[in-house]
Design a protein around this ligand. Structure first.
Ligand code: PLA
Length: 451
């Protein structure tokens, strides 16, 4: 339908009609107002909502656990769902070094709140690439790495996924079976086809290395492969360095494209360098890869949504073109990233003393998680709980993949107010010496009960 703008017409009679229309439509009960509003399904006057047909969507399998936990009035409730670090007192932790960095930022009156460039805070990007690839990385020295600040790990994966969907010749990404529940959704929405490769063997509660090699060996040449850099989520099972080397050789021989998800650098071993080793092995061979970094866990900056996507290229020339195209992905998605979280990270990474302090705080978090593993294992042993629970101490990082089934999880939630994801994953970082006995009691009850 063509609409005529009477108000701007040069004809006096048209302008009069325009004025009359405006007059008639300005009153709520004017005939024209009523009829035109009635005809509009989005108006407040007519009956049903245009969204009435929607079905209630289920809660997110991980974040929904917190929603359920928050509704539970029980004083003994325990949230082991989302991977968020808690202190021995069960409280969220803001790192001391983060407080110091924030104070520095606040004290600096010259700081402004202008938009960042599309690629984010340039200093943060440089420091992030160094943190993950190493101070002495030849790829950085040769300007072959392009890094863009993104919205934490999730945003980095999404931007990387969309970039690949647009510009890479292979549109299939292989992800581990099982994996973090958001991976398939992120990559599907980014425009890639998602397939899985074998990773975890429930019978050994360890790595199915043979299955992994077979599946990657059978993937079409050039396929993208998502690799958890360390502290695999949800299983806590990582390849050894020797196995990583075999994976690298196989992938390079088939031209598979590595896409690393590094959400837990420093959380697995307590050392930033050790946890970055698999990535550095791939970069050292001169080949290309993508790396998504998150500062949510290792700097405790969960809600600041700060992360980075690095793409290691064969030459500086290619890296420049890649960056120009990444900007075209980011600009219509969220325009440019936030300034605060990236500034905190930059302050810490650029200052030797703060950096050192951070590594100590990070190690303390990693050590507390390791100690929780030992305590839970001992508590089950003390109770004579049937089954082999050594995987609790063997697995790495934030999570233990207990092997409990959904019915057992649901029993523990109902009877013991312990909240965890239905796949039996528990966040060791949510546990404390005080709550270990309660969890051990619940596990003991559920495995001796034949739920
Ligand atoms: N990649 C992996 C493997 C993750 O486990 C997570 C977070 C992310 C990326 C994304 O983290 P970010 O966007 O916050 O940086 N996984 C959590 C939280 C800790 C979540 O589900 O969002 C988890 O409980 O699994």
């Amino acid at each position: 339908m063509k609409t005529i703008d009477f108000s701007s017409s040069s004809s006096p009679s048209d302008r009069r009609i325009g004025a009359l229309l405006r007059h008639l439509t300005s009153g709520a009960d004017s005939p024209i107002a009523k009829s035109s509003v009635l005809a509009s399904p989005t108006s407040g006057v007519t009956g049903g909502s245009v969204f009435a047909h929607l079905v209630q969507a289920p809660e997110d399998p991980i974040l929904g656990v917190t929603v359920a936990y928050n509704k539970d009035p029980s004083p003994i409730k325990l949230n082991l769902g989302v991977g968020a670090y808690r202190t021995e007192e069960g409280k969220p932790l803001v790192l001391n070094v983060v407080r110091k960095a924030e104070q520095q930022l606040i004290n600096d009156r010259s700081r402004i709140k202008e938009y960042l460039p599309i690629v984010g805070l340039v200093e943060f990007n440089k420091l992030s690439a160094k943190l993950i690839l190493g101070d002495d990385s030849p790829a950085i020295r040769e300007n072959r790495v392009t890094t863009v600040e993104c919205l934490s790990g999730t945003g980095s994966l999404r931007v990387g996924g969309e970039f690949l969907a647009k510009h890479y010749h292979q549109k299939t990404i292989y992800i581990t079976q099982p994996t973090w529940g958001n991976h398939p959704k992120i990559f599907t929405l980014a425009g890639l086809t998602v397939k899985t490769y074998r990773y975890y063997d429930p019978s050994t509660r360890g790595l199915n290395f043979q299955g992994l090699l077979e599946d990657l060996g059978a993937a079409p040449p050039g396929s993208i492969v998502l690799l958890h850099a360390c502290a695999h989520n949800p299983t806590g099972v990582d390849p050894t360095i020797q196995q990583w080397e075999q994976i690298r050789k196989l992938m390079r021989s088939k031209g598979l494209m590595p896409f690393f998800d590094s959400a837990y650098q420093g959380f697995a071993s307590g050392s930033l360098d050790t946890d970055a080793k698999p990535i550095r092995m791939f970069v050292a061979d001169g080949g290309e890869c993508l790396v998504a970094q998150s500062y949510a866990k290792n700097m405790g900056l969960y809600g600041e949504r700060v992360g980075a996507l690095s793409i290691v290229c064969k030459s500086a020339d290619v890296a420049g073109k890649v960056e120009s195209q990444l900007k075209l992905v980011i600009r219509p998605m969220y325009s440019s990233p936030p300034i605060h979280g990236a500034s905190i990270v930059a302050v810490i990474l650029r200052d030797k003393n703060l950096f050192h302090e951070w590594t100590l705080e990070l190690k303390a978090m990693a050590d507390r998680i390791i100690s929780m593993r030992k305590q839970l294992f001992e508590a089950l042993r003390a109770r004579g709980t049937p089954g082999d629970w050594t995987h609790i101490i063997k697995q790495i990082g934030m999570f233990t993949f207990t092997g409990l089934n959904p019915a057992q999880v649901s029993f523990m939630t109902k009877e013991y107010h312990i909240y965890m994801t239905s796949d039996g994953r528990i966040s060791m970082a949510g546990l404390s010496s005080k709550t270990v006995p309660h969890l051990a009691d619940a596990i003991h009850a559920v495995v001796t009960k034949a739920v």
